[in-house]
Design a protein around this ligand. Sequence first.
Ligand code: PMP
Length: 405
Amino acid sequence: MQTPWDHRYAQRTQRMKGSAIRELLKVTEMPDVISFGGGMPAPDVFPIEEFREACDKVLRNQGKQALQYGPTDGYLPLREMIAAYSARFGIEVTPENILITSGSQQALDLIGKIFINRGDRILVECPTYLGALQAWNAYGAEYVTVQSNENGMVLDQLESSMRSGPKFIYSLPNFQNPTGVTYSLECRQKLVEVADRYGVPIVEDDPYGQLRFEGENLPSIVNLDNKLRAQNGTYTGNVIYLSTFSKTLSPGIRLAWVIAPTEVIHKMVMAKQGTDLQTPTFTQIIAYEIIKNGFLDKHIQTIQNVYRERRDIMLEELQKNMPAGVQWTHPQGGLFLWVTLPEYMDSNVILKDAIAEKVAFVPGDCFFPNGGGQNTMRLNFSNAKPEKIREGIQRLGRVIQKYVK
Ligand code: PMP
């Protein structure tokens, strides 16, 4: 239908594209489709009882505050708690360094809003998180890409890409979305060292870091950067760090946080006021109420156990059902693994067939900002129950088999 708005759209809308994943979510709502598509946590482990109790308690004791507007930077006790939590991982900050956002997705958008001019180059891994590209495309970002392998960014390429003068580096060091890859210690150190040498700051997006179910935790980028710059490791501000409660408590509450220099927080606060005034007071107080007595530590262990089992089953079924020439990553945490098909295959074509067989995944090309990746796919292992994972990978194996030359 023609509307009076048709020729009035801003130029920035020309580069806006619906997320392939969000489109896919519609298909996967069909009851008998087994979906490895969305990045959805296991609903089986949502702490529903804890939410019910906290809602009741908060409404009884703090109802007037919880239903009222609150400050843009967030509920102070929650920010204090995040500061204390961060200190456990060697990130020494005060609540003034913390902004509560409506999901990390909003933090990415605010970063775009305050830093990206049309034509600015952002250095990203290839493939990288689609939601960041979606957020930054609207601000006219261009991308300099560095390929990644099983250890993270390909280090030789990192140095040459820095010469193109990126505005900042976007890095996903833990169980990356979409590949499930974790940066090695060497990759982390080199990234920090090269960024320092070229004077380029880093955005570290870490929604999955707490969900390691195998291997040793590695220091975060912000940590290594602080060590490089300040003798005592206190926060120096070269790295903006993002994390979220989406994967540890619930994505439906839309609660995440940014750690940044206070000056950057001030700019983000102004940008956020124009967006949504504040993150809902209600969900912030509820989350605080649930977490304040240490609930998250034991809950994260439960999540880790469930995800480890699901990942193992997916790996086992891939091994049994994928034809020769298909490869996949072995994530040590997080929600995703990444499949690389023989080069002549196109995962967008395969997806149509797969949906007919009632199994879904995300074709990998959407994670490549400058094209490529047609023979790749992202599989989510956190959402489906074990028996569904088995059945789904068997279906997928049969579909892919048909394309073998
Ligand atoms: N960054 C990355 C890398 C993600 O995978 C996600 C979730 N899919 C987000 C940010 C956004 O998370 P949320 O808005 O739910 O906090």
